[in-house]
Design a protein around this ligand. Structure first.
Ligand SMILES: [Zn+2]
Length: 283
């Protein structure tokens, strides 16, 4: 199953050129340890994203089912909102917003909320976007940097919308209010779009950049037209993804420390969900 390759050659995970599995450095792009301790070809079988799209898809589906099952009597149906888990169960698994973050000190929910969804249409819509965008970002940035961008966008998006919820929560202008309670992968989706826009501006491909910009604009406007959309999370997610992408620079090859950072991001996210469940206190 998990067999290490000790001889022969593999494709460099950064540039795709053939390198020896034991090579210290890629002869073409200079990436250190291109054979990744012999696991390079195994990871490559999972696709450019090293299986991240599947992790997100199944993680979100499992958590959505869990939020439904923990409080089946609380499930609501209203109009477009089909199979909506109760507020109690989304808070249990780590929904974010001004109430959890500032009211109950559950600051780590800025990581967990991007894995939770508020109804059937919400999760289907978001997963379709992720399956469209994440492979493209993985192709340009590599799997590890995609994970970092995805996580940074979640943190920035939910931090902005929770803070806006605290500061402007009572504003008479409803679209300024921010979120008391918020969840969903769209902050991260906007982060992926931000990364694609940055790629275009950095000189990678103006076609990709231009397309991402129009997607982001359409989705952002869509957010103002539809009810109950967290526009601050969209804006913060876009800015967070853009800033992370700029810092990571898509025109430079992915490095081993990016992979370590990506593993830390995934571990911290898993911990944030565990912490949410274990620290809950319902009155
Ligand atoms: Zn290389």
């Amino acid at each position: 199953m998990l067999r290490r390759q000790k001889t022969g050659s593999v494709l460099c995970p950064s540039c795709g050129k053939l390198v020896g599995v034991q090579d210290k450095e890629c002869w073409n792009c200079g990436r250190r340890n291109p054979g990744m301790w012999g696991f390079s070809s195994l990871l490559r079988k999972l696709g450019n994203d090293f299986g991240f799209v599947s992790i997100v898809t199944w993680g979100c589906v499992a958590l959505y089912v869990a939020t439904l099952l923990t409080d089946p009597h609380g499930i609501r149906m209203s109009g477009m909102s089909i199979l909506e888990p109760s507020s109690r169960s989304v808070v249990l698994f780590g929904a974010s917003g001004a109430i959890p973050v500032f009211g109950y000190g559950r600051w780590w929910t800025v990581l967990s909320a991007t894995w939770l969804h508020g109804n059937l249409l919400h999760i289907v819509f978001n997963l379709l976007w992720i399956r469209q965008l994440a492979p493209a970002v993985s192709e340009l940035y590599g799997a590890s940097r995609t994970v970092i961008i995805y996580t940074a966008a979640s943190i920035a998006g939910f931090l902005l919308s929770s803070t806006a919820g605290l500061v402007f929560g009572a504003s008479p202008i409803f679209f300024l209010r921010g979120a008391a309670l918020t969840l969903g992968a769209s902050a991260s989706i906007f982060g992926l779009l931000g990364a694609l826009v940055l790629y275009g501006r950095r000189g990678g491909s103006s076609h990709i950049g231009g397309q991402a910009k129009s997607y982001a604009l359409i989705l952002f406007i869509f957010g103002f037209v539809m009810p109950n959309i967290d526009n601050y999370a969209h804006l913060g997610g876009f800015l967070g993804g853009y800033a992370a992408a700029r810092w990571l620079d898509p025109l430079r090859p992915e490095r081993v420390d990016h992979m370590i950072a990506a593993i830390i991001c995934l571990a911290a996210t898993a911990l944030s969900i565990i912490a949410s469940v274990y620290t809950i206190r319902f009155a």
